[in-house]
Structures are given as C-alpha cells and as structure tokens.
Design a protein around this ligand. Sequence first.
Ligand SMILES: *Cc1c(COP(=O)(O)O)cnc(C)c1O
Length: 402
Amino acid sequence: MIPFSPPRLDKKVIDKVVEVLKSGWITTGPKTKLFEKKITEYSGNKASLCVSSGSAGLELILLWFGVKKGDEIILPAYTYCATANVIVHCGAKPVFVDVNKDFDISVKNIEKAITDKTKVIIPVDLAGFPCDYDEINELVKRKDILKKFNPQTKEQKQLGRILILSDSAHSIGAEYKGKKTGSLTDISVFSFHAVKNLTTSEGGAICLNLPKLFDNKNIYKCLYIKSLHGQTKDALAKTKKGNWRYDIIEPGYKFNMTDIQAAMGLAGIEHYETDMLVKRKHIFDTYSQLLKKYKWAQLPVYETNKKKTSYHVFLLRIKNINEQKRDKIIQSIFDKDVSVNVHFVPVPMMSYYKGLGYDINNYPVAYDNYSREISLPVYYDLTDKQIETVINAVVKSVEENL
Ligand SMILES: *Cc1c(COP(=O)(O)O)cnc(C)c1O
C-alpha cells in the first residue's frame, strides 16, 4: 500500500530528538528559541513565535487583536476546519466567501463581504499556493474600506485597518514575487503537524511582520507571555539561581512549543529548501508530466510568474464528474493499494456549520473544486517507481468509472 503522506523521519531527526532528551531540558528552551530564529531567517519576517499548533497560533492572534462577539472574520469556504473553529472560539462570526478555480480565496468576494464589523481577513494558501497578496493588502488600505473599519481595542486602533492574518499552514517556503510566505502579510501562521511539509509532530509558528508603528519584538514578548499562562518568567528563566518568583499578568493560554518538537523542526528546516522542496517539486512535475495527455485530467496550477507553491498537496481534478463518481474513483484507487485523499470538504458542508445556517449552495466554486478533487500522495520518500504506480492506479480507476 502506498501511503498518503508519512513524515520524513531520518537519522538526523532521531539524533536531534535524542540529543534533547539527553540534555535533560525537554520543554520550551534553547532549541525552541533557535528554531524561531531559523524560521525568521528563512521566511524574512520580523520575529517568529513557536507554538503548540497552527490552530493555537491562529487563535492566539485573534485573541491578541481583541476579536470577540459581534466581530466578523472573513475566510475562504474551502479550508480545513481549524481556520473557522478558532473564530468560533473567540465568539466572533466566520464569514465564508467563495474561492477561485485555483482553490484560493477570491479577492472580489472578500471585498463584497467586508462590513463595519470586519476585524480580520484570513486568506489560506491552499495546498501551498500563495493567495493574491498584493490585491488583498491593497484592499484593506483603500479609503472606502478604511472608513468602514470600527476599531475597539488598543491594537485595532493602532493598526487602524483590517488585520491580514495568513493561514500559511501549508505554505512554508512558497513564494510570491520572490518573497517567502511569513513575510507577505501582517501576520502568518505555519503548521508543523505530522502531515505538513515541515513537521515537529505537532506544532506551529506565528510569523510577525506588522507595519512599522508596531515593535514586532515587543509583540513577540507579549504573545510569548500570552502563550504561557500570562506568566512573567518561563520555566528556563526560573531555573536561574534564586529566580523563583514570578507574576501572572493575565489569564493566558498554554500554547508553548517544547524543545523536543523544536529539535525535529531544526533537523527539517536545515535541508528544507535544498532537499525537501526539490523532491516535492520533482513529484509535482512528474505527476503533471504523466497526466497531461489525459483529456479528463485538470491539473493544478502551482507555478506562475508571480507565485511558487510549497508543493504541499497535489490537487488533481477530474473534468465533468460529480461527487458520487469522484468517490467511486477514489474507492477504485484504494482498491489498487494507493492512498489518496480529498482536500478539503468545504467547511460550510460540515454538520456543525450547516447547523449554524451556512449553505454550500452559496459557494459554488468551492463545491465544484471539492466535488471533482482527488489529492495524490506527496512525500519525501516517494520513489519514481511509486509515482508511476500511483498514476497507473489513477488512470485505470478513472477510465473504469467514466
Ligand atoms: C493543518 C491546518 C491548520 C492547523 O494546523 P494544526 O497545526 O494542525 O493546528 C490550519 N489550517 C489549515 C488550512 C490546515 O491544513
């Protein structure tokens, strides 16, 4: 059976984790700080904070910005539920908008959805393909949009406009006009979950890139305290001689990353650009090459003159089929011992969100993308022979079912 996306766990990862275990310091400490530094260097943003998950990172930023009941947050209908759930946790209203054929949020639809209650827009770099950031960043600075903004908290007043919080869970290493994700919007959040390109088993990072009126290093400190129960000293600082007393300045959260997780991340980021992304690109290129002769295959766009993906998920669509037929094709592929997946069932189709009154009929492009989509396996250890096996299984299964 060819798996869908097992993590890359080579000797380097294992050695680095063992090194941390032997050091005796296993929670947040020097490895986490070093990993943060590496992320900032790699992505070109101003400061990075590692957290326990991508979801925790998104939620922490909404909380920092003071998002609460009565606020509206704009996000694409086509995403993983995490993007929406964190909004619900804050008591705010998720405002889903339809996406483009390239799976990313439509800027035209964002514009239509903005009201005087909008506080944050969360674009999602779906499958690793960056959103239209020039257009999104310009939109929130437009005079008529600025006029609608109704700031309530100190941070909202200081920014003076809608915050762009990029859900970059898929897109570390992706590029937009030569700049890497993490540095493309006010704030971006990466996920290092086990299935993501770069993994710490579970984990995430907040990449700060706020405009000049903010001191990003200071915001880092404030977020760090928020991620650790509002405690003024972390565990490592408290181990210094006589340094036991601390204060709690707010009821913070428990969202910190451990040094064990950071060790995995450090092993991964070292060869991420030169080895992992190269391998993933090779898989994308080979899939495209092998599939392009089939009329039924709608191949994903993953590189344009402006954008370069992080090659996270290969989103194949089959032309002129419906959801039921797609599901049958997927079953046939599994029957040939190849694992595939669907990224994603749009959030408005999920029971909880349906119950809130959201209706997938309002997001026709998201539904069309979803109903014909099959994600193919992409992972470091996938061999050329296995790539061929995958394609043979896909071609046979589609042709059996057409
Ligand atoms: C994985 C994922 C997240 C959440 O990341 P976790 O680290 O699992 O919390 C958020 N958004 C999207 C689109 C994701 O795929």
